[in-house]
Design a protein around this ligand. Sequence first.
Ligand SMILES: Cc1cc2nc3c(=O)[nH]c(=O)nc-3n(C[C@H](O)[C@H](O)[C@H](O)COP(=O)(O)OP(=O)(O)OC[C@H]3O[C@@H](n4cnc5c(N)ncnc54)[C@H](O)[C@@H]3O)c2cc1C
Length: 394
Amino acid sequence: MFDYLIVGAGFAGSVLAERLANGSNKKILICDKRPHIGGNAFDFYNDEGVLIHKYGPHIFHTNSKDVFDYLSKFTEWRNYEHRVLASVDGMLVPMPINLDTINKLYGLNLTAFEVEDFLASVAEPCDEIKTSEDVVVSKVGRELYEKFFRNYTRKQWGLDPSELDASVTSRVPTRTTRDDRYFTDSYQAMPKHGYTRMFEKMLDHPNIKVLLNCDYEEISKDIPFRELIYTGPIDAFFNYRYGKLPYRSLEFKHETHDTEQFQTAPVVNYPNEQAFTRITEFKYLTGQEHKKTSIVYEYPQAEGDPYYPVPRKENAELYAKYKTLADARSDVRFVGRLATYRYYNMDQIVAQALTEYGKMVGKKRQEAAIAKAVGSNGNGSTATMQTLTKTPLS
Ligand SMILES: Cc1cc2nc3c(=O)[nH]c(=O)nc-3n(C[C@H](O)[C@H](O)[C@H](O)COP(=O)(O)OP(=O)(O)OC[C@H]3O[C@@H](n4cnc5c(N)ncnc54)[C@H](O)[C@@H]3O)c2cc1C
């Protein structure tokens, strides 16, 4: 008898599996319908031997020391500060918009103080900031909005920024300095040997069995367990009773080129002409040295794997109905990005899972992250992760 059946072997499921096994000596079966662990953070060496991220670039950054310390038990890190260029008016300029972006784009030589005045002169003040368009236009004006944001957002979300919550574009700052880092978090690093290796270490415990290529519905009636932890889409769990929650999906087009370097930055955004939104070159992220290089194009689309919950008021209302159903299920815990219908970064999901474990054992998140079961023998170093696979679903 398993104590827990955990649905989904991404960050949410794997952190909980690790904590329950290592911290509480529970017996866990974790299943995933995909043929691999790691959820969307899964990476692997392609046929040419280049380490790539199957589901698009995943860059780790956090301000949370306890999340970073927790993950550090399963990986060493490689310092990495992410940088992005945007292809606008035939030039490659830093993104988020900074002093160099403005100077290069307009052929100016402004100082940090002067660029502040420049932005203030083009910004269009707005009484109440409601939409993603309001956020940007009120900060950088309509021209920069149209060059960098409008079409990018339309491609990414299939909606005009005026139809999207302010939260989408407020994630992107504007800087008057030359700082061209994409993130400013205190911890910015990539797992030294990749995400999948880190997940393998997390799940490497004699109490954890991993079942891949397996939808939980195929086994939940036959395999005995005490409690269910569900990290899949919440609407699917309730058989879409109130209809489907809208997600934005992506098609990834991976390529390997017979050259050491493809582009001059880890990510180049294409806000305007192209159908894809960005190109990522993985070697910048992973630090791998290889005579070939692998890249991925991202084409946003409506259908496909659920990646981004669409942040609109009516979707939040629909989610609230599912949440009411979920709250009434004392036998199931709903954790993770899909089960809570919100775009979360990896560190936020680790924090959410550690908080959930804390609730289960009556501890605060920081303590829950380090608790170790008395008498447990799983130390992540000697046992081999036990993986069972089923035939892929047709
Ligand atoms: C393109 C893209 C880029 C991103 N880049 C970043 C980034 O740079 N930095 C960052 O911090 N975050 C990034 N994220 C967010 C990051 O992917 C998530 O925060 C993280 O993957 C969430 O983990 P999770 O466990 O909640 O969900 P997931 O990783 O989605 O894992 C859920 C798992 O559940 C499985 N599952 C679902 N239903 C079932 C079922 N019925 N039976 C069995 N298994 C099931 C799925 O197959 C999946 O593997 C990005 C996301 C996307 C889509």
